[in-house]
Design a protein around this ligand. Structure first.
Ligand SMILES: Nc1nc2c(ncn2[C@@H]2O[C@H](COP(=O)(O)OP(=O)(O)OP(=O)(O)O)[C@@H](O)[C@H]2O)c(=O)[nH]1
Ligand SMILES: [Mg+2]
Length: 208
């Protein structure tokens, strides 16, 4: 997709503010600082639509971005920010769980993991959580520019192995800084949206 129109639709701080809307949702899940907001900006071709944090743990609300009036990209608060107060961490978890409890017409998740760091224990828990709530997800290995070309295949295999991903689960290498992987990710998103438009069609997970 070229030059999509995107705007902040709503910043949600509590369960009551979650939009009830029939449009498909693409939710970004991952630990704080993994690159969720940067990915959103790169994907939508807007340098500063979502705020990129110099200090981790800044995106504390759920931000809904409406793309071409067609679907939402949902920027969820990052987990694993060690310096946040325990009460605040609990509230983030509650909001995220409330989001996933709320039925959506179509919801697909991108689970972001840092390609250089590899999946953490919290990333493993996130993958388990997504399975439990039956949210279809693809994995995005972010900051791939930091991994030398010769080590990338191994890094991606490590992501698969640690998260115990089924062979058909997509893993996309991506860099917000270089734009690598953007086209492939868009292709995946368009596939997902095409299935959302044809609700009785069988969902395709392994499309690239
Ligand atoms: N090298 C490199 N750095 C990146 C990339 N994507 C993001 N970063 C950097 O990682 C940091 C965090 O990026 P964000 O996009 O704010 O991360 P986030 O997941 O939204 O973080 P929270 O909102 O705190 O959950 C910033 O300093 C970015 O510049 C990438 O593809 N490559
Ligand atoms: Mg963010």
């Amino acid at each position: 997709m070229r030059n999509p129109q995107a705007e902040l639709f709503r910043a949600v701080h509590g369960e009551r503010d979650l939009p009830r809307d029939g449009r498909p949702e693409l939710a970004l899940v991952g630990r704080s600082n993994v690159g969720k907001s940067s990915l959103l900006n790169r994907l939508l071709g807007r340098a500063a639509l979502a705020r990129v944090s110099r200090t981790p743990g800044r995106t504390r609300a759920i931000h809904f971005y409406l793309v071409d009036g067609r679907f939402f990209v949902v920027d969820l608060p990052g987990y694993g920010y060690a310096r946040a107060a325990r009460s605040e961490r609990a509230r983030w978890g509650e909001l995220i769980e409330a989001y996933f409890r709320q039925p959506a017409a179509s919801r697909t998740v991108l689970l972001l993991v840092d390609a250089e760091v590899g999946p953490t224990r919290l990333d493993q828990q996130a993958a388990t959580f997504l399975d439990e709530v039956q949210a279809p997800f693809a994995v995005v290995a972010t900051k791939i520019d930091k991994v030398p070309k010769g080590r990338r295949a191994k890094a991606l295999a490590a992501v698969r192995g640690t998260l115990m991903l089924a062979a058909e689960r997509p893993v996309h290498a991506f860099s917000s800084h270089t734009g690598e992987g953007t086209r492939e990710l868009w292709r995946y998103i368009e596939d997902v949206l095409a299935v959302a438009r044809a609700p009785h069609a069988e969902r395709k997970e392994g499309s690239g």
